[in-house]
Design a binder for this molecule. Structure first.
Ligand code: IVH
Length: 679
């Protein structure tokens, strides 16, 4: 293979990894998907194929190397008794045939009985019952450890908190696996109410369910139209089953809500038929169904078929393609976001698709527009998976007449007329974007105010997008610090703002002054600083002033922070405008102190340091060494980087030791480690 295509593969691999991680964060952490599942799966598959062809590109942090999202820090982590795996999935019926053939070859001469169930598009959860009583409920998290959301789950009405006593021999311990979903009708109502309050609507029912379960206050959760469906068991002590249909029947007898309908199939043809039948009836279910899950019925056969690292070999998900429609592209408008990014938006002839009328769809960025050669007047295909924000997939070239006009991307900001610049935005952005450079651009300002008030940031109730637009249009605020000098009289000049809502907003602003530091950092909207990075900063620094004073080098020593983010942070705090803003926020009495700050490397020699263990140590087992390091306040990581402080190397230490030497990281043997531990 030529070195050119190798370096191209490396480049594409990095792009895909960055993009998938960004989508993961949007999906799992912010409950706001940035792409359809199908598009995500396409990117993911491309990465898998690329790694197959170039195994040297597989890194431990590649998106292919983990099962799910990262657990949140606000909830207590809980370990599942048996891991929660994912499913291999496909959009092709031919691959379903391959899958069945594969399992049959694995279990030759055995009669296979398959069960097909609806794939519920909700949030996977694990429910623990002890002697029939619900004791613990958790999200899937990374598949091994999830968040303890017991209190939230207890509010869900069809979740049995005590199992029916008529069921013989309730097991001493059992884990029940299922999904929490939001009913479609409930989702529609909830979103209407959110918009009416000036809050951003949830993108779809699934994310609405995710957002609800992430609430720290169970009283809020209890008001959300959430429901449970179960489809299996994890660890069980004190009960035996031979088949999945026995499990389902027993769960039903215990009082659990099960799948709407299941199919028994003994051939591939029967499976394909069931898939097609489900596709017709799924639209009438009260929940979103994005596919079918095919599972072996016999538990003994499942054992024999076994598992890969991520998924069972005895099951597969078939996903229905996103629904598509054709319509005319009437125009293209440009939206300017809070960071100044210019996003082209398709203005469409209204068309009915997947339950609603669509008249706008995202075109992502200029490169996408060019790549797809989308012209004004074209007939385009739009796609909507579930209730995700619709996107233009491509042009129907056969319908092109020749009068269509290529779109000229603007040379200036369409909002303020300011200068725009094309940036790649560093590694945080996969695609090149145009940005408006004018910090006073009203569109950016509206975005910044809305972001500051958002629930995930300063959490200022009533300060949603609608109010942000009004405050900026009325020239009542020019930056977020202005919010804190707003008066009742000023607020009453805003349309539809009554005394009561104005007072509520003022109270919410007052309450926001004592928010945790990470919320303020996130709220500032510094490029590349998401909630996760903001939390890392607040753990590593005692106050906003310390962060502002840190150099790029110092910042990169913080967990999760690389050069791109560190530079962005430094640049932001170096800007005199932002310095003035910080002074005004200080004068308004906002909290600048971190309550999560952890003193670094001041106590023992171990505290705050990162270790990597490699090879076999003479006396200590690897887990023992790790436990000792962690007990002394150190961290154990799996891979060597320039943030590693020590590599502890034993017999047959391989590439990690070599990497440590290459990077100049200190290495220790077991004795050296023990000495350090003694202090
Ligand atoms: S069985 C070992 N059955 O889909 C995996 N999963 O893409 C067992 N899901 O994590 C999963 N409906 O959250 C199974 N009827 C169903 C399902 C279902 C939805 C979810 C589940 C799983 C994900 C995998």
């Amino acid at each position: 293979m030529s070195s050119g295509s190798k370096s191209e593969a490396r480049k594409r691999h990095a792009e895909l990894a960055v993009e998938l991680r960004r989508h993961d964060e949007a999906y799992y952490i912010h409950a706001r998907p940035t792409v359809s599942d199908q598009e995500y799966d396409r990117l993911y598959r491309e990465l898998v194929e690329l790694e197959k062809a170039h195994p040297e590109l597989v890194t431990p942090d590649s998106p292919t190397q983990r099962v799910g999202g990262t657990p949140l820090s606000e909830f207590k982590p809980v370990q599942h008794l048996t891991p929660m795996l994912s499913l291999d999935n496909t959009y092709s019926q031919a691959e379903v045939r391959d899958f069945v053939g594969r399992v049959q070859r694995f279990l030759p001469n055995e009669k296979l009985d398959w069960i097909l169930e609806p794939k519920v598009d909700g949030i996977a959860i694990n429910l623990r019952y002890e002697r029939g009583e619900f004791v613990l409920g958790a999200t899937r998290g990374d598949g091994t450890t999830g968040d303890d959301i017991t209190a939230n789950l207890r509010t869900i009405r069809n979740l049995p908190v005590r199992l029916k006593s008529s069921t013989d021999g309730l097991p001493g311990l059992m884990e029940v696996r299922g999904e929490i979903y939001m009913t479609r009708a409930g989702f529609g109502k909830l979103n209407k109410a959110r918009v009416a309050r000036g809050e951003e609507p949830f993108a779809n029912a699934r994310n609405s369910a995710a957002g609800s379960l992430k609430q720290l206050d169970p009283r809020i959760v209890s008001k959300r139209p959430l429901a449970l469906i179960v489809y299996g068991l994890g660890q069980v002590e004190g009960a035996e089953f031979a088949s999945h249909d026995q499990v389902l029947a027993w769960l039903k007898a215990c009082g659990f809500p099960g799948p709407e309908k299941t199919w028994h199939c003994s051939s591939v043809d029967a499976l394909v038929e069931a898939i097609n039948e489900l596709d017709i009836i799924r639209h009438d279910f009260t929940y979103e169904t994005d596919g079918a899950v095919i599972k072996l019925n016999s538990l003994a056969q499942r054992d024999r078929a076994g598992y890969t690292a991520k998924a069972p070999r005895w099951a597969m998900a078939y996903k229905y393609a996103a629904e598509q429609a054709e319509t005319k592209l009437k125009g293209i408008t440009i939206q300017v976001g809070r960071t100044g990014a210019l996003t082209p938006v398709a203005e469409l002839e209204p068309v009915f698709l997947a339950g609603s009328t669509i008249s706008r769809a995202t075109l992502h960025n200029e490169d996408e527009l060019r790549r797809k050669d989308i012209r004004l007047g074209d007939t385009v295909t739009i796609e909507k998976a579930g209730e995700v924000i619709p996107a233009v997939v491509g042009v129907v070239l056969t319908k092109r007449t020749g009068v269509e006009i290529p779109f000229q991307f603007p040379k200036l900001c369409p909002e303020c007329g300011g200068e725009i610049k094309r940036t790649t935005g560093g590694s945080g952005e996969a695609a090149a974007v145009w940005r408006c450079l004018n910090p006073d651009c009203p569109a950016q300002l509206r975005g910044r105010i809305g972001h500051w008030c958002a629930r995930g940031a300063m959490d200022i109730e009533g300060g949603g997008e609608v109010l942000a637009i009004q405050l900026v249009n009325h020239k009542l605020v020019h930056d977020v610090a202005d919010l804190y000098s707003l008066t009742m009289d000023q607020l009453l000049t805003v349309e539809r703002m009554g005394q009561k809502s104005a007072q509520n907003f003022l109270n919410a602003l007052e309450a926001s002054k004592s928010r945790e530091l990470w919320r303020l950092i996130f709220g500032l909207g510094i490029l590349h600083v998401g909630a996760g990075v903001a939390k890392s900063l607040a753990r590593a620094y005692a106050s906003l002033d310390e962060i502002a004073a840190a150099s790029v080098e110092q910042l990169t020593e913080t967990e999760d922070i690389g050069d791109v983010i560190a530079e962005s942070v430094c640049q932001w705090f170096g800007n005199p405008r932002n310095q003035a803003l910080i002074q005004r926020l200080r004068a308004a009495g906002l909290n600048f102190k971190s309550s999560t700050f952890q003193v670094r490397a001041t106590k023992g020699a171990i505290s705050g340091k990162t270790f990597v263990l490699t090879g076999t140590l003479p006396n200590l087992k690897r887990e023992e060494a790790a436990a000792k390091i962690e007990a002394a306040g150190g961290k154990v990581s799996g891979s060597v980087s320039k943030k590693t402080d020590y590599v502890v190397a034993g017999e047959e230490a391989g590439s990690k030791l070599a990497k440590a030497q290459e990077l100049g990281v200190a290495t220790l043997d077991e004795q050296g480690l023990l000495k350090l531990l003694e202090g």
